[in-house]
Design a binder for this molecule. Structure first.
Ligand SMILES: Nc1nc2c(ncn2[C@@H]2O[C@H](COP(=O)(O)OP(=O)(O)OP(=O)(O)O)[C@@H](O)[C@H]2O)c(=O)[nH]1
Ligand SMILES: [Mg+2]
Length: 740
């Protein structure tokens, strides 16, 4: 069994049972903590703490200056790689570069708890060195924090200026001594002392200073010297190494130092009880009675004062907490408003939501850390040391609340609220379902139907674009027709080129060919009969054979030639005549057919001409329609633009409404969380005053009643109690004696 464990087991067995729980808690806190050696550097500001660390680390890593420099506690620890970071109240780590590290350690940004410098220097293994703001610094908070660090430290490097120990140094050294820390005291700036000696000044007596310290602070130390150029480095590294090796016994010493007042309290109370049991004569009983009455009166006075103290403390905290919440809320409102004003598009919505949430979170975290700071400064009650001992009134140390606890309670409240709202909604739905009637259902169905119809009507509305397209198509068609009609018209203006023009017309394209399809059919009939026509030259026959050559001009021209061709009739051959006549008749037939075809063409041309007039009119109408169409188009475009603008405006309004809603929800969430955190702070303070301080006072008052009762008990009972008390006192004393 290791030394601390063996000591602790023995201690517990010797303690009266009602003192065991607080001692176990203390042991868990100090004795059994598995953490590196905590070494703090202490001393007045500008005494050279950071310079000394730079000297030990052999690099200018920490900021030094003549004025108050270190503002943020800085932990220096071993790691395989060099890194720097800033620790937030929730334990978050923000990596820093050299410049940022220099800035934060000298400016202590709001909400930061400490900075950490990790270095791969082997001598730092198993050690956590803490560079603190100087004692006696302008900030009261710094002093508070420094003393807390002293409480939790295992070892202290205490730096004295070359002027020797001041009253403030003595006070702190006494605290350190009582807390059982391993201490090394150094006189810094020794180079300046050496320079002064060289100038002929008297050397200070380190021995004398050590004696003064022993007298004033009860601490026996050997004073060492150092300066930032390296003096004392080996000595200090040796101290660190030994302290690390002796960590267990240092912690045991710390534990014992903190245990001492607890045991002394118990022993004091035991002595009072024994005195009460030892009362024998009436006179002694009277004296004790008188003493108890006086003590009770003092406690009662103290208790009634306590109410005023408590009220003052609570209202001070309440004001500070309120101011902090108001400031954060105002800032949050401003941030959310700015963000909402910049919101102009739905695509920014996700980003808006994300940033708003982050701003709310940051505001909550800021008040959490401010509340955490506030929670370190309540319950300040100055009691004269004599009263503390005499009345056995060692007040409990007020416990600060961690920022994370505030955040947790805020979130919890918010979740509870959300849950309640959800339950309310569900309940409302259930109630509605119960009271729902059939006619309500019909009414809903009809409304749904009406809505569907409206939707359909909207969907079927024509768009302006359709009208425009139609107009364009007509224009093109009319243009094409006009060209063709002009072609046909020209044929009639100059009948000599009738054939060629008709052929050109036919050749122009499929559409006109279709228009003269009747003619084509006639011509085809003529073509089919031509083989029996004698006297028609073969090439003509072949040309007539091609459908693509079915041009009226061509045919007319050729036919004319054939008919005008000279026929030589020398012998009248009736058969030949008959044949010729038949051929002529045939040709006549064909000519007639052609004439008919031509007249059909004429009709068509006339028709077309007439149509041309109609078209002219139609063109005008078309132009008018086109004008109207253009107007309509412009009107439609204008409407379209207006609709787009309206749509844009609607979207903006919708966005604005949504952002307003989000803003309200964020602020509600902030209010809810802030008020839960405020409640936690007040509950903690109230519980400290009412549950702990008042409870302690009540305990003491009860003690007095118990003592009075014990004094009144029978001689036999007193004797028995005395035996038990004496045994307990012995055990307590034995334990106390084992403490260093
Ligand atoms: N001559 C001399 N000057 C020193 C020595 N140590 C520190 N200084 C100077 O004293 C000033 C204060 O030194 P710091 O190291 O910043 O002191 P500190 O104790 O860390 O100060 P705070 O952070 O403000 O509490 C600086 O200008 C240092 O250069 C030393 O041994 N000799
Ligand atoms: Mg410093």
């Amino acid at each position: 069994m290791s030394e601390p464990t063996a000591f602790f087991s023995e201690l517990l067995s010797s303690l009266p049972s009602d003192w065991q729980a607080p001692v176990e808690a203390l042991a868990a806190d100090v004795l059994h903590a598995n953490t590196p050696l905590r070494l703090v550097l202490l001393g007045g500001f500008s005494v050279g703490k950071s310079s000394l660390l730079n000297m030990l680390l052999q690099a200018p890593l920490l900021q030094t200056a003549l004025e108050e420099t270190t503002a943020l506690p800085t932990f220096i620890e071993y790691a395989a790689e060099r890194s720097m970071s800033l620790i937030g109240p929730d334990g978050s780590q923000l990596p820093l570069d050299d410049a940022q590290f220099a800035h934060v350690t000298t400016h202590a940004p709001e909400g930061a708890v400490c900075a950490v410098l990790n270095l791969p220097q082997p001598w730092l293994k198993g050690v956590s060195i803490i560079d603190l703001p100087g004692l006696g610094s302008t900030s009261a908070h710094h002093r508070e924090y420094t003393l807390t660090q002293v409480r939790h430290a295992d070892a202290v490097l205490y730096l004295l200026s070359p002027r020797g120990p001041s009253a403030a140094d003595m006070e702190t050294l006494q605290i350190i001594q009582q807390a059982g820390k391993r201490v090394k005291v150094l006189v810094t700036h020794w180079d300046e002392v050496e320079a002064a000696i060289a100038r002929g000044e008297k050397a200070p007596s380190l021995e004398q200073w050590a004696q003064q310290i022993e007298r004033a602070a009860g601490l026996r130390v050997r004073l060492a010297t150092s300066h930032h150029d390296g003096l004392g480095r080996e000595d200090i590294l040796d101290f660190v190494e030994r302290a690390r090796d002796d960590l267990q016994s240092i912690r045991l010493r710390r534990f014992q130092a903190e245990l001492r007042p607890v045991l002394e309290n118990a022993l004091g109370h035991n002595a009072e009880q024994q005195r009460a049991c030892e009362v024998e004569s009436e006179q002694q009983a009277q004296a004790l009675h008188q003493e108890l009455i006086e003590r009770k009166q003092r406690l009662a006075d103290f208790k009634s004062n306590l109410y005023g103290e408590q009220q003052a403390d609570r209202s001070r905290l309440s004001q500070q907490a309120g101011a902090s919440v108001r400031q954060q809320r105002q800032q949050l409102v401003q941030q959310l408003d700015e963000q909402a004003a910049n919101l102009s598009d739905e695509t920014e919505w996700a980003h808006f939501g994300q940033v708003g949430g982050q701003q709310l979170d940051a505001a909550i975290r800021t008040i959490a850390s401010q509340f955490c700071e506030l929670s370190q400064h309540y319950g300040a009650l100055e009691l004269p040391a004599a009263d503390i001992v005499e009345l056995n009134l060692r007040l409990p140390v007020p416990e600060p609340v961690a920022a994370e606890d505030f955040i947790d309670i805020g979130r919890l409240t918010q979740l509870q609220q959300a849950l309640t709202e959800q339950q309310d909604t569900e309940q409302a739905i259930c109630q509605k379902q119960v009271s729902l009637q059939v006619h309500d259902m019909d009414e809903h169905a009809q409304t749904l139907h009406a809505l569907t119809l409206q939707q359909q009507a909207l969907a079927s509305q024509p768009l302006p674009m359709t009208v425009q397209q139609t107009g364009n198509g007509n224009g093109a068609f009319i243009g094409r027709l006009v060209g063709e009609v002009a072609d046909i018209g020209l044929m009639f203006v100059n009948p000599t080129i009738v054939g060629a023009k008709v052929a050109a017309l036919v050749g122009k394209g499929a559409k006109v060919a279709k228009a003269v399809s009747t003619t084509v059919r006639v011509v085809k009939g003529v073509q089919q009969g031509k083989t029996s026509v004698r006297g028609v030259p073969q090439p003509i026959m072949e040309k007539l054979g091609g459908l693509e050559m079915l041009s009226l001009g061509y045919w007319g021209e050729r036919m004319g030639q054939a008919l005008s061709g000279q026929m030589e009739i020398e012998v009248v051959d009736p058969q030949a005549m008959a044949e010729r006549e038949a051929a002529l008749a045939e040709l006549e037939l064909q000519r007639q057919a052609l004439r008919r075809a031509l007249s059909r063409n004429e009709d068509i041309a006339n028709e077309r001409q007439l149509t041309g007039w109609a078209l002219e009119h139609s063109q005008k109408e078309q132009a008018r329609l086109l004008g109207e169409l253009e107007q309509l188009k412009q009107h439609a475009e204008q409407k379209h633009r207006e609709a787009l603008q309206q749509q844009q405006q609607n979207r903006l309004n919708q966005l604005q409404r949504s952002s307003e809603k989000a803003r309200t929800q964020w602020l509600q969430s902030f209010d809810r969380q802030a008020s839960a955190m405020d409640e936690l702070l007040h509950n903690r303070v109230r519980s400290y005053w009412e549950d702990r301080v008042e409870a302690l006072l009540n305990e003491r008052l009860q003690d007095i009643d118990l003592l009075a009762e014990q004094a009144q008990a029978s001689a036999q009972d007193k004797q028995a109690t005395l035996v038990i008390l004496a045994e307990q006192a012995q055990a307590l004393q034995r334990t106390l004696d084992t403490l260093h």
